[in-house]
Design a protein around this ligand. Structure first.
Ligand SMILES: [Zn+2]
Length: 241
């Protein structure tokens, strides 16, 4: 499968950029993970909105859902132009009252995200993370390969078994090490490295990046714990797994 970062920022997008989001492709099926601010704009550099087959929302913070409204309008306009309604499936946790608002007429339809389910060619497992709101990490499996997306989370021991021996770990790294224990609900670059090392994954990329400091320090922190390949997620780069 292919993993393409669409945005890499936590909280809000930098200029001409997008918040953390990923496109996952297999056999022509296009799955978008999270749809925060700037994502629709960035996404169209890599795939047309009409070619999306499914969207997963990990949680309901603004930097993961801000572009859902524009996505509704994009589907409305494209369906009107095509005169042939194509409904886009959106998967999300159904505990939040905003779950229902993800559906829009016949243009998008919302489905609950379970602990295990099939979405197109992907088997997807989820597990709740350590975050101030209900948030789900995702394990995406296809053709014997596994990619784990931590979504937003503070350090959580149970993620080690969830990530075990993944081919690729896409971990949040919203903090520098000096902020560990001070800001809840997010991990440092070091903790992302520790997760990658203890889970024995093959490769680590960092996302949901902070707007301050030297981002390369996050990689250095991760490398103090994890001795294999680690890098900052690069928008538009195709990670073939
Ligand atoms: Zn969040």
């Amino acid at each position: 499968m292919k993993v393409i970062p669409i945005g890499i920022w936590g909280g809000y997008p930098k200029a001409n950029s997008a918040t953390s989001s990923f496109l996952v492709e297999e056999d022509g099926f296009h799955l978008l993970i999270d749809c925060g601010s700037g994502v629709l704009s960035s996404l169209q550099n890599y795939v047309s909105i009409d070619a999306l087959d499914a969207v997963i929302i990990t949680h309901y913070h603004h930097d993961h859902i801000a572009d859902i409204g524009p996505l509704h309008f994009a589907k409305l306009i494209q369906n009107q132009l095509a005169q042939d309604e194509k409904t886009l499936s959106i998967y999300a946790g159904d505990q939040d009252p905003r779950y229902k608002t993800l559906s829009y007429k016949n243009h998008t339809k919302t489905f609950p995200l379970y602990s295990t389910q099939q979405i197109g060619p992907f088997t997807i497992d989820t597990t709740p993370t350590n975050h101030p709101v209900h948030c789900l990490a995702l394990k995406v499996k296809s053709k014997g390969k596994t990619v784990v997306f931590t979504a937003d989370t503070g350090w959580q021991e149970s993620l080690i078994s969830f990530c075990k021996k993944a081919d690729l770990l896409v971990s949040e790294a919203n903090l520098y090490q000096s902020f560990e224990e001070k800001i809840p609900g997010h991990m440092s670059g070091r903790q992302a490295g520790l997760l990658a090392a203890t889970a024995q994954v093959d490769q680590l990329i960092l996302t949901h990046l902070p707007h301050f400091g030297e981002l390369s320090d996050l990689v250095c922190e991760a490398q103090t714990e994890y001795k294999q390949e680690v890098s900052l997620a690069e928008v538009g780069k195709v990670y073939q797994v």
